[in-house]
Design a protein around this ligand. Sequence first.
Ligand code: C2E
Ligand code: CA
Ligand code: CA
Length: 710
Amino acid sequence: MNTAATALRVLIIEDSDDDAVLLLRELKWARFDPQWQQVQTADELEKALQSQPWDVVLSDYKLSHFSAPAALDLLKQSGQDIPFIVVSGTVGEATAVALMRAGACDYVMKDNLSRLGEAVRREIRDAQDRREHQQAQTDLERTCELLQLAIEGSGIGLWNWHIPSGAMWINDQCLHLLGYGGHPHPPTTIQDWQQAIHPQDRPRYDESLAAHVAGRCPTHDCEIRLRHRQGYWVWVLNRGRVVEWDADGQPLRVSGTLTDITERKQAEEERHQAAAQILHNSLHDALTGLPNRTFLKQRLELALQRSRRYPQAQFAVLFLDLDHFKVINDSLGHLAGDAILVTVAHTLQAMVRASDMAARLGGDEFVLLLEDIASLQEVKAMAERLLAELQQPFMVQGRKVFLNASLGIVTSLAHYQDASEPLRDADIAMYRAKARGRGCFVIFDASMRQQVLDRLQLEQDLRQAIDHQELVLYYQPILRLATGQICGFEVLVRWHHPQRGLLLPVEFIPIAEETGLIASLDRWVLDKGLQQLATWQRHYPNFAHLTLSFNVSSQDLWRDDLIPHLQALFAQSALSPCCLNLEIPESMLIQNIQAMALQLQQLRDLGLSLTIDDFGTGYSSLSYLHQLPVSALKIDRTFVSTMEAHGPSANIVETLITLSNRLGLEAVAEGVETQAQNQHLKHLGCELAQGHWFTHPLPAAAAERWLMAS
Ligand code: C2E
Ligand code: CA
Ligand code: CA
């Protein structure tokens, strides 16, 4: 193999030129290309070491003015790492060992120079390795320095845990983070360290560490709170890894970092709070702060699921609606109304257990969800307490306000499918409570749902009743008590329902009023009744003075086209307006009395007459009565029917008759059923009367026969 010779800078310490030549020849044979200098004294060696770098020093052991040990000393002093090989003929074994100890790398006997090339080559290689190692060491130190600087700059804490002893080394950053910067007794054990962890975070920390140590996780990595020496919590990201194992493969040392993430956590917390606020708002009523319908439905859904899974987990829904809240709101103003709603909300919330829910659906509607109820009795007791509590007077804007509520109750026994069903049924039961006179509770039963469906059907049917000619008019004579003569009829509507037969007004007039159908219904009654009157007047001219009394609802009275319609009616027919009497229920007079007086006056101006109906049951203020352009008061049936000779109703009837006389009005008694009542009324001076004693309301043909016979 003819490889190129290796350049070699060789310093030869030798006082024999022949030996030096021999060495050089040997190196050349070993395929070195030596560049060389020969020195013989310490001085010369020093100068040579300073003059240039050398790859190797070959030194005789003993020179006349110098020696290998002295040369080694000098080399050491110069701080240079140059392989030093002793080449000598005189070195004994003990000397050789001493030389090696002093720093010589090798020795070669002059009588065995063939080893020289190999020795030089190896030493050069070793020196090269040493230099590289040295460089690597320097680089490492430098890197460590840089890393240290970086760590200090970034504030990252470092820790190192020796597992068997529990000793914990932590750097300044760590100490600083926890308030132990410069403290004489910083935490030094794993126990100190772990005690600083927030109790809530400890299980997570333990789990993460255990998982890593057991080899289930590549790193131990978790976010925890550590207690600062001053007592507050610092959020840190704690990362660690096992870095050393013992001979049995058990973890020995864990090292890691600690990063302060408090700011990030705070920002996260703020975002979290903002999101939570949005969520809260979407589930709560802004006025009272109670859960809203959406929230309630979610809770109901859960309660339903629970009651399906655990049949003993029953719940109840109490649907609460304040009675006459609109009146309070209108009379005291919306601010007072709001204040009342807030007070009611507080009352409800105070009454339910933490596991229950009080919600506001809107307006004056509230719902209580009571969970895990033991018996219906318990729910009833709660309803009673609730009503009693709400009946306590409330102070609102310095005023005492009396409230009442109606309650509808359902229990989960009915096996509902979804949350809207118990709410719907509780609502139905609540309406039933209102119908029963308010201020009470009603427990839902399935027949009520059928009644609601029936009612909806009836509403549907009523829309077609007029077109289908299903309505009929009945006429009840009104007599003048003094003479026993008929002076007119009250017109009363009936409905021939195709499936249900003859229906009385009580079954459909309220529906007509709620749906707004009442206006067209009454218009039809008026037209039809007046047609009938015109026919009778044509056929029986001696009954030309007969009047017809029509019942009006409040919606009729305020319609703009009522007066034009009546004008047109009288213009088209031969009827005189004085044949027409309108009966205005007293309950309508609690509305704006001034406006009412004006409206009634316009009707009166048409030439017709007006009667106040159901008199004695309403709340009309007597002081206004004389301002109203009416001609008669119709005493309500309830007083007449309970009128005994000297009972309280008798007094009322007497008072009402006296009142109407004083006001110059006629008194009409309705619901006269007995001769005694008839006599008594006559005796009290009541002018007019109607009732079963004379006759029931009659269809037109029968009324006509009755008229003929009278
Ligand atoms: P109301 O104006 O008080 O009519 C008198 C009611 O007493 C009628 O009931 C009549 O049949 C009943 N009645 C008459 N005599 C006696 C009696 O001796 N004893 C008893 N217990 N009752 C007697 P009806 O026809 O069922 O009407 C009920 C209510 O429906 C009426 O009460 C009236 O407020 C309303 N109504 C009837 N027809 C109409 C109508 O065409 N339009 C409007 N808006 N309401 C009507
Ligand atoms: Ca009437
Ligand atoms: Ca009446």
